[in-house]
Design a protein around this ligand. Structure first.
Ligand code: UT7
Length: 334
């Protein structure tokens, strides 16, 4: 019996208008465009301004555009999963809030938090719903207001992150396209190197935790960097070997956009050219759950049916992994 695969049939995105560039950042902390460009590779990032706007504001816009682009009615959606580390509130899930705002009424949904790997893990979960045969339209949206947990007085962290949201639609196919394979990992030993200290059930919010800035991102950058390079490279090379993909078979490598030096080091380990790698970190910074689909959105017009893509990620947890997929449509027809 032929197996059902999940294929991506569209991408919708939204980034806020406000651009925080390195010049402006240099007035906020002791840094420079030169340092940020050579050590991280980010020129600017988008920041969501305005009272009462959270990740669902971004997610709603991305999903609305996705439904319009794919000619999908909100009531046709079966499942909506929101990949995020910056939910609007702890509960209910931001997936529910986005669904309500968009008019998705016949679906169930929930949030997935696997740090910066949230989108890939959500894509894996969504694909399983499609492969089961029970669900026909699954929306995966990565939505992040990272600026809500960034300390803009901490130069070790504030240049890195940006806000944005991207949504993809998954549908079933019997053709030789779609999600082919995945290799996903979690190792909790890494949890202390990248986390938010307070605001959870161990240390709930108090005046003291706010004064100590414990609701902001804590990162031991050097350690995270080391594991990001080795784990993303290992898993991406493993995926290529597993599917006998040579350098010329791989059309696109789509890495999580955390640091240009991480991306370059991983591409080197994979023995692929920089031209095969989707890189837009300079424009948006690290948008956590939105980085990988934001690349797909920016490159959509260049993608062709049957293109071989490896998506690769690393994030808090630690979590990491790779997904191999064959692109399902010609992007220049969109
Ligand atoms: O999304 C997944 C998770 N995140 C990541 O993958 C991030 C991984 N880590 C990194 O990208 C890098 O480690 C950082 C960008 C965070 C830091 O770069 P680094 O090359 O590892 O710098 P460092 O932390 O070793 O700092 C080197 C120097 C220090 O000065 P001293 O002690 O040598 O005098 C820092 O104080 O650079 C200084 N520094 C800065 N200088 C100017 C740190 N941040 C800045 C800054 N501007 N923004």
């Amino acid at each position: 019996m032929a197996t059902i695969r999940a294929k991506i049939t569209g991408v919708g995105a939204f980034v806020p208008e406000y651009i925080l560039n390195n010049q402006e950042l240099s007035k906020m902390v002791d840094t420079s465009d030169e340092w940020i460009m050579t050590r991280i590779g980010i020129k600017e990032r988008r920041i969501l301004k305005g009272e009462g706007k959270g990740s669902s504001y971004l997610g709603e816009k991305a999903v609305t555009q996705l439904l319009k682009k794919t000619g999908t009615l909100p009531e046709e959606v079966d499942v909506l999963l929101c990949a995020t580390v910056t939910p609007d509130v702890k509960f209910p899930a931001t997936a529910n809030i986005i669904s309500d705002k968009v008019g998705i009424k016949n679906a169930f949904g929930y949030d997935i938090n696997a740090g910066c790997s949230s989108f890939l893990f959500a894509l894996s979960t969504g694909a399983k719903y499609i492969q089961s045969g029970q669900y026909k339209k699954v929306v995966i949206v990565g939505a992040e207001k990272m600026s809500s947990i960034v300390d803009y007085t901490n130069r070790n962290v504030c240049p890195i992150f940006g806000d944005g949201a991207v949504a993809v639609l998954l549908e079933p196919t019997m053709e030789d396209v779609g999600i082919v394979d995945e290799i996903l990992h979690t190792d909790g030993f890494g949890r202390k190197y990248l986390h938010q200290v307070a605001g959870g059930s161990i240390k709930s919010a108090s005046h003291e935790t706010v004064d100590a800035k414990e609701h902001y991102i804590f990162q031991d950058g050097k350690t995270v960097f080391k594991y990001a390079v080795s784990d993303m490279a290992d898993v991406s090379v493993e995926m290529m070997k597993k599917h006998n993909l040579s350098k010329s078979d791989l059309n696109w490598f789509v890495p999580h956009q955390a640091n240009m030096r991480i991306i370059e080091a991983v591409a080197k380990r994979m023995c692929i050219d920089k031209e095969q790698v989707m890189i837009n970190i300079q424009k948006y910074g690290n948008t956590t759950s939105a980085t990988i689909p934001l690349c797909l959105y920016d490159w959509e017009k260049m993608l062709k049916k049957g293109d071989n893509l490896i998506l690769s990620t690393f994030g808090a947890g630690f979590t990491w992994g790779a997904i191999y997929l064959k692109w399902a449509y010609d992007g220049n027809n969109i």
